[in-house]
Design a protein around this ligand. Sequence first.
Ligand code: TA6
Length: 329
Amino acid sequence: MSSERVPSSAAASSTALPASPHVELAKGVNGLDKIVLRESRGSSTEVYLYGAHVTSWKNDHGEELLFVSNKALYKPPKPIRGGIPICFPQFGGFGPLEQHGFARNRFWTVDTDPPPFPTPTYSKAYVDLILRPSEEDIKIWPHSYEFRLRVALGPGGDLMLTSRVRNTNTDGKPFTFTFAYHTYFSVSDISEVRVEGLETLDYFDNLKNREHFTEQGDALTFESEVDKIYLSTPTKIAILDHEKKRTFVIRKDGLPDAVVWNPWDKKAKAMADFGDDEYKHMLCVEAAAIEKPITLKPGEEWKGRQELSAVPSSYCSGQLDPQKVLQSS
Ligand code: TA6
């Protein structure tokens, strides 16, 4: 599928944001518009209007928690390599559209009049973005929709992304889509990282023609390329980075599946917008809805939410036992 004409960011720059110490419109790489959110205790996040793409999430010590490649291109229609690309209305090659759909290479706008938000946001550091199809998009995917995304930073620095997709077709037609928050976590050393919460689950292996397998009983560790789609996972998954004494906790809602991806050395070399050794410092764990595509009738709305926390952990001292994390609320 050839890359479409992508509307310039001019549309984006007419964005008006209420003055706030927590929300700022700024210019990012190549002059692309981005929104910077700051929480009073010091944590921050940045989201580009291009792709509604989160490219930074820092804790209150200013440490970056997401991976973005040093070779990432901020040049439409190429998606940004790293951070949190949004895969919609198609995950990967699960359909006729371009890889991972088109939401990640479209210009979104600030939603200045969002409908009431389903759950209270306990922080002032949030922004609402919206994507509606262009005429070009309708030719590719003949559906009318409103995709609203709220990006919010919690008082403790947690990063929440809440997507609401509404079918606004006037021809009575339903539509079906798959979805993922394709999150790139920054890790100290991939060979020292463990993922808890996916043990014994069924998965599709994208490296073996999507064949179906069942995971072994222990936490996941990494010593080669991995590209797996875990099915019907628990709502909480933990990524333990011993070296950094840090545990990422992913809480998800409306997103039954989880993708785990690391390109390792060969694929890394093959990607122009990815450094040869960068695979050592990233891991994608993606909250997703893939196995059972979502179908919406006109007027219906779907919600998919992920909440990311980064908690200091000194696993060895038992301060934070991942099993306790996964079992706690
Ligand atoms: O989420 C894993 C995956 O689907 C892999 O198969 C790999 O292709 C990765 O996404 C990156 O995709 P991209 O289109 O961003 O190069």
